[in-house]
Design a protein around this ligand. Structure first.
Ligand SMILES: Cc1cc2nc3c(=O)[nH]c(=O)nc-3n(C[C@H](O)[C@H](O)[C@H](O)COP(=O)(O)O)c2cc1C
Length: 452
């Protein structure tokens, strides 16, 4: 870990330790990946204008987000499939105290490939391979343990708690809200949902979050249909059936969701043992049903409906324009997360850092908070986003890299790395508190280039 000095190092290491199908799924993008790449590149188009000779000996970056105190404005985006980065060995292994050692480097990758990632394999084999990459948590969750205890989400939630920041739990997380809250008591958790066609299902998700003490719902609104990934299609086209089945759940991770427990079109309590065993056995109907629930006909009326059924603050995720921001305000949201879904939905939309100022301007005076995610990889990126009006930034893939390399500790290291770089940027730019970061301290490069 000591040689990992930036997020790119984490990504490179994660590529070595993760089975190729998992890593490929994480770096997947829509179409040509223009937006995914641009989200990172665009930050470089903004230049910093430091103020010198300021006392920066004490720097303070705690703030509040939707009224919750956080120790720094860097939080965790929802990513389905966290379990694939950090999978716990099964319970029996835990009982026997045989801790699978996480292998590092190319030898781990070689083993994974040798054991079938590129060929045909069974679920048992998959478990054996993946269990090498995980830690064992002795978390006792209320809904019990599936044969394969999967910890990625819980590792992130624990990190959010230990660092006093916010984590958005994906609908595709494999634990229920209640399990996560039990495993990471007092963590600041928000729950990401979709406006499902079946409103009862949506309500069910919201109630689950409320009961578990989550403090906001985040509605992803850039997904009227699931985006198309050419690289994913290429990988799965000629894959043997077994492999295809294993890769598909990685993409459509809603299938694994235990937030949405149902069978034969009915909802069941996640604590129902029959339902648990259906999920443990990988009930594929669940996948299909969840995907079908993504609504192509959804409108802002859906957000107004949601406003009517919950008192939790509502954050909409996936807004990129001023017009949509105004509609969001009118629909009664509390915050907007400017996001391009990591470049996985509509390719060709602007980089989120470029879209941010328009959104900030549109909601000015409404009291609606604005955050952003997409391509945030270093402290200067955080500084630029805050200067351009974001109250906080969220990290998607970097968290997965941390998880892959060292579970909970890896996520902590990733967040601390970006936080420390942000602190350094503040010092070098002459800021000792967040309020010192002004819009005038970040300008688009064209302002300099046009003078050449
Ligand atoms: C593997 C993966 C899974 C994701 N799953 C979800 C999800 O379940 N819900 C959601 O709203 N966004 C999801 N996203 C998008 C992220 O929340 C976030 O917007 C994006 O990753 C931010 O960009 P970054 O990865 O460059 O930090 C996912 C992204 C990735 C890479």
């Amino acid at each position: 870990m000591s040689t990992l000095v930036c997020i790119q190092d984490y990504e490179d290491r994660a590529k070595e330790v993760l089975p190729a199908p998992v890593f490929n799924h994480y770096v997947d993008h829509a179409d040509e990946g223009q937006t995914m790449d641009d989200c990172k590149e665009a930050f470089k188009r903004y230049r910093l204008r430091p103020r010198v000779l300021r006392d920066v000996s004490n720097r303070q970056f705690s703030t509040t987000i939707l009224g919750h105190p956080v120790s720094f404005p860097i939080c965790i985006s929802p990513t389905a499939g966290q379990q694939n980065a950090d999978i716990e060995g099964d319970k029996a292994t835990a009982r026997d105290n045989v801790m699978p050692k996480r292998k590092q480097g190319s030898s781990a990758k070689k083993d994974a490939n040798k054991e079938g990632w590129s060929g045909s394999f069974s679920h048992r084999r998959l478990r054996r391979i993946l269990s090498r990459f995980g830690h064992i948590y002795q978390t006792c969750t209320k809904s019990g343990c599936t044969p394969l205890m999967i910890s990625g989400t819980i590792a992130c939630a624990k990190t959010a708690k230990s660092l006093d920041t916010i984590m958005i739990v994906s609908t595709g997380a494999i634990f229920t809200c209640e399990d996560i809250a039990l495993a990471a008591p007092n963590a600041m958790l928000w729950f990401q949902i979709h406006l499902f066609k079946d409103r009862q299902m949506t309500r069910f998700c919201v109630r689950q979050a409320e009961r578990a003490g989550f403090t906001a719902v985040v509605v992803t609104i850039d997904t009227p249909v699931i985006g198309s990934s050419r690289s994913m299609k290429r990988r799965t086209r000629n894959a043997p059936r077994e492999q295809y089945r294993l890769i598909m759940p990685l993409k459509h991770s809603l299938c694994a969701s235990r937030h949405l427990i149902f069978q034969n079109g009915k909802f069941y309590d996640p604590n129902n043992p029959e339902v648990r065993s259906a999920i443990a056995n990988g009930d594929v109907a669940l996948s299909r049903y969840s995907i079908e629930q993504i609504v192509t006909a959804e409108t802002w009326e859906g957000i107004k409906w949601l406003r009517g059924i919950t008192k939790l603050p509502i954050v909409v995720k996936g807004v990129l324009t001023g017009d949509s921001s105004i509609e969001a305000v009118q629909a009664g949201v509390d915050a907007i997360l400017v996001s391009a879904h990591g470049g996985r939905q509509l390719d060709g939309v602007p980089a989120t850092i470029d879209a941010l100022p328009e959104v900030v301007k549109a909601v000015k005076g409404s009291g609606v908070e604005v955050y952003m995610d997409g391509g945030v990889r270093q402290g200067t990126d955080v500084f630029k986003a805050l200067a351009l009006g974001a109250r906080a930034v969220f990290l998607g893939r970097p968290v997965l890299w941390g998880l892959a390399i060292d579970g909970e500790n890896g996520v902590k290291k990733v967040l601390e790395l970006v936080r420390d770089e942000f602190s350094l940027t503040m010092a070098l730019a002459g800021c000792s508190k967040l309020d010192d970061i002004k819009a005038s301290m970040v300008v688009h490069e064209s302002q300099y280039l046009s003078k050449l």
